[in-house]
Design a protein around this ligand. Structure first.
Ligand SMILES: O=C1O[C@H](COP(=O)(O)O)[C@@H](O)[C@H](O)[C@H]1O
Length: 223
């Protein structure tokens, strides 16, 4: 595993934001437009705060979540709201948001139109991922109803799935799209997730979905 250990979270967030911005800048030298794909949840807020103020041609950056909880943006569980409040502001307000949510009772009702947007933003230039202590990444949860399909090499780019541990229904990018990212960073904090990461390396992908990126991700960890 390509693991970088930082003495504290502040340093990790600064270093990661700097790395992501320089990878995007380099890609913008040769591409008209680039895609940054980011996690939701509790971990990435500080790196979003730093990134949003960095000098970048944000108008040519498309920003997309790894996954979304099927809740309205007014919910504190909304990853889209996190993105709007912490990343798509300041200089980064010029970036283009590729939505993973649209109001409807179930993700299946909006899956086709959301997939269309995602397909037009592929491939992922820079992918940042989080991980739960249960070794899920994006919304690829162990035990999810359609996990095997989402891990398969011929999975569609986006799928709706459900898992007991997930709470709400989820919409998520699938393994082939995540694996194909040009640059991949996995962001992990704390002792519990560090132990889960070590366990994941010897488990099958169905039990530890984060395994799908372990061989090509740079893993960033701080206590
Ligand atoms: O539900 C989710 O969980 C993971 C991990 O979140 P964290 O709160 O433990 O940082 C996150 O990466 C994913 O995007 C999110 O939807």
């Amino acid at each position: 595993m390509n693991l970088i250990e930082y003495p504290d979270r502040e340093l990790m967030m600064l270093a990661l934001a700097d790395k992501v911005a320089s990878q995007l800048r380099r890609a913008l030298e040769v591409e008209e437009r680039v895609t940054l794909c980011v996690p939701g949840g509790t971990t990435p807020g500080p790196v979003f705060d730093i990134l949003s103020g960095l000098d970048l041609d944000w108008a040519r950056v498309w920003v997309m979540l790894n996954d979304e909880r099927w809740v309205d943006e007014t919910s504190p569980r909304s990853n889209t709201a996190l993105l709007r409040n912490r990343l798509l502001r300041g200089a980064a307000a010029l970036a283009h948001l590729v939505p993973l949510y649209a109001p409807a009772a179930t993700p299946e009702e909006r899956l086709e139109e959301l997939s269309h947007g995602v397909r037009s933003a592929l491939p992922l230039t820079v992918l940042m991922l989080g991980m739960g202590a249960d070794m899920h990444t994006a919304s690829l949860f162990p035990g999810a109803d359609r996990l095997a399909e989402a891990l398969a090499p011929d999975a569609p780019p986006v799928m709706a799935l459900r898992a007991e541990a997930a709470g709400e229904p989820r919409i998520t990018l699938t393994a082939p799209v995540l694996r194909a990212a040009m640059h991949c960073h996995l962001l992990i904090t704390g002792a519990e997730k560090r132990a889960a990461l070590e366990r994941a390396a010897s488990l099958p992908e169905t039990e530890a979905p984060v395994r799908i990126v372990l061989s090509n991700a740079t893993i960033h960890w701080a206590p």
